[in-house]
Design a protein around this ligand. Structure first.
Ligand code: SME
Length: 178
């Protein structure tokens, strides 16, 4: 395996796995441990990088690689809508109004929305018929929701409190990019 190095001479204290562009992922970890393993790597990958798109894009790529999620991506608050940002997975709807769908509800209620069965969620927006369960985690900046992270699974009931905790911690990191 060839490890690609970022040109990060300003961060000599970081170890090889945290300056590499290759994620180090221990096989078969439970999700809570996987989030704990991933968090410092996303922190290192985005540290000192001011470009929001680059950081959001690498975060969703890291989540997809680490967990194999069916769809993972950001929707960014623009005016009274969420607008599709960097994502991994099938093409998705571009704009979501506040209060609409799982994403718009998480924004309006300013809290994580955990949906074990999307068909049982009134107003769920079905970007893909394959999506069965979903978790949406807001990004807060100065107390306001500035974006949401949306993760979809093609399995029912695929997310729990460990996902909420791991993703919320990651989104506290993402706040710095807004
Ligand atoms: N299901 C979401 C819409 C976004 S797609 O899942 C990518 C919702 O209800 O807000």
């Amino acid at each position: 395996m060839r490890l690609l190095r970022c040109a990060r001479n300003d961060l000599p204290e970081l170890t090889i796995n945290t300056v590499s562009e290759t994620l180090i992922l221990t096989p078969n970890l439970p999700r809570a441990a996987r989030y704990a393993e991933l968090h410092p790597q996303v922190a290192a990958l985005t540290a000192g990088e001011p470009d929001q798109t680059a950081n959001l894009a690498n975060t969703v790529a890291a989540l997809r690689e680490a967990f194999g999620f069916f769809w993972v991506g950001f929707y960014v608050v623009k005016g009274d809508e969420l607008v599709l940002g960097p994502f991994q997975g099938p093409v998705a709807c571009t704009r979501i109004r506040r209060g609409r769908g799982v994403c718009g509800t998480a924004w309006a209620e300013a809290r994580t929305a955990l949906v074990p069965d999307v068909e049982a969620f009134p107003g769920h927006i079905a970007c893909s018929a394959a999506s069965k369960s979903e978790i949406v985690v807001p990004v807060f900046k100065a107390g306001q929701v500035v974006a949401v992270l949306d993760v979809d699974s093609d399995a029912l009931n695929d997310f729990d409190a460990d996902d909420a905790a791991g993703l919320e911690e990651l989104m506290r990191l993402a706040a710095a990019w807004f």
